[in-house]
Design a protein around this ligand. Structure first.
Ligand code: DNO
Length: 394
């Protein structure tokens, strides 16, 4: 009753190849047609070509991560109806090709965000890190967003001033790039000027309007997913709080509860990403894994270590603030329940991100997506899972 072990693969240009995925012992691949423009329908023949490539290596494409949601859909402006039709068609095309789990997110303008992509841990390994103070310094002094100060406490403002005063032009450029250039899978990137101009048009959005737009979107796409026997798995916001004045509505337990309750369907579910949700101490991950169990269609296992002033480091998969043993146990129990109910029981899981280790060498990997670092994560999680399974008395 184990997870389907998967690794993310960014397509034929990814230096971490499908052969590597196979040798790592994963059976599943998580990928997307990254070369298509946001909002385009994914053509059936392109899906098939990608699927064949994966299957030729003896692997299976089990999850799409992600089908990007066009910005017009999130804001419900412009051409949003047409883009929703495209999204539905993409669901149908994927379903017809046998790819039944689709991960997506509903973050405005930016996808996942980090301020430091090369943070050196005490072991010498490199990790990703997010610092609220660095973000505040970008927001107030580089982006110079109107009224940005209102979003920070006096202490945060002081710390951000100190942080900014220590930065040289290169540091500031690097920080801007890390935040705006789009981390792998983001599919969107902005120059400072373009981002500033865009942001001006977002003043009217708040949690209420954004959540409304998300629910409207779900009401339209979930029936298409049901017809195609596809399960939609929304990814939580990362980090799970508002940044740069933009609302975020998939951050915590109550928000997830609402989106599942308002559109009840076996096709409306979540990606349970422990690294994203775990940043908030008010998210009780063990309880959430139990409560949302049946709606968990895909799992990202990753750990974070919270630090002072709203910062966090991506720690080793088994070390940090995410109680990985207990969470994994809850998810394995969920799979057992499914099996007893005669249902499709195995949830695809990927070790989310990995450190960059010496053995990763100079390979130009996508930030967070090293080969050896993720292999370490996968191996640890595989061992954890086996230990839990063997201890079950069923
Ligand atoms: C980061 C990922 C995100 C995620 C999207 C889901 O490593 O977790 O890129 O794929 O936000 O749509």
């Amino acid at each position: 009753m184990s997870f389907i072990q998967t690794l993310r693969w960014f397509g034929p240009d990814d230096p971490v190849t499908l052969d590597f995925v196979r040798q790592a012992g994963a059976s599943g691949v998580v990928t997307a047609l990254h070369h298509l423009r946001n909002g385009e329908v994914w053509p059936a023949d392109e899906i098939r070509v990608r699927k064949d490539l994966i299957e030729k290596k003896g692997l299976e494409w089990v999850v799409v991560e992600s089908v990007p949601v066009h910005e017009d859909i999130k804001t419900r402006t412009g051409d949003f109806s047409r883009y929703i039709d495209h999204f539905k068609q993409t669901i149908r095309n994927l379903g017809r090709e046998g790819i039944k789990i689709i991960c997506y997110n509903f973050m405005l303008l930016l996808d996942w965000t980090r301020t430091d992509l090369d943070y050196e841990l005490s072991t010498g390994a490199k990790a990703l890190r997010f610092s609220k103070i660095a973000l505040a310094s970008f927001d107030m002094f580089i982006l110079q967003r109107n009224q940005a100060q209102e979003d920070y406490t006096d202490d945060e403002i002081k710390l951000a001033q100190v942080y900014y005063s220590k930065q040289d032009a290169n540091d500031a450029e690097m920080l801007t790039k890390n935040i705006l250039a789009g981390l792998p899978g983001s599919e969107e990137s902005y120059s400072l000027e373009a981002f500033r101009n865009k942001l001006h048009t977002y003043n009217e959005y708040n949690d209420t309007t954004l959540q409304h737009n998300l629910l409207e979107f779900l009401k339209e796409i979930i029936p298409a997913a049901e017809e195609s026997d596809v399960r939609m798995a929304i990814h939580p916001d990362d980090p799970p709080f508002s940044i740069l004045g933009l609302p975020r509505v998939v951050c915590k337990r109550d928000q997830i509860y609402t989106l599942l309750k308002e559109v009840k369907s076996p096709s409306n579910g979540i990606t349970f990403c422990t690294g994203s949700l775990g940043v908030r101490p008010d998210n009780d991950l063990i309880r959430m894994a139990e409560e949302f169990g049946p709606a968990i269609h895909f799992v990202h296992l990753r750990n974070i270590q919270r630090e002072d002033n709203g910062a966090f480091i991506e720690s080793g998969h088994l070390e940090g603030d995410v109680p990985m043993y207990e969470v994994a146990k809850e998810l394995l129990i969920e799979m057992h329940k499914r099996k007893s109910a005669g249902m499709d029981d195995r949830i695809p899981m990927r070790p989310d991100h990995g450190h960059r280790l010496i053995a990763d060498g100079d390979l130009k990997v996508n930030p967070g997506y090293s080969g050896i670092g993720r292999l370490k994560g996968l191996a640890e999680l595989r061992g954890l899972e086996m230990g839990i399974e063997k201890s079950f008395v069923i």
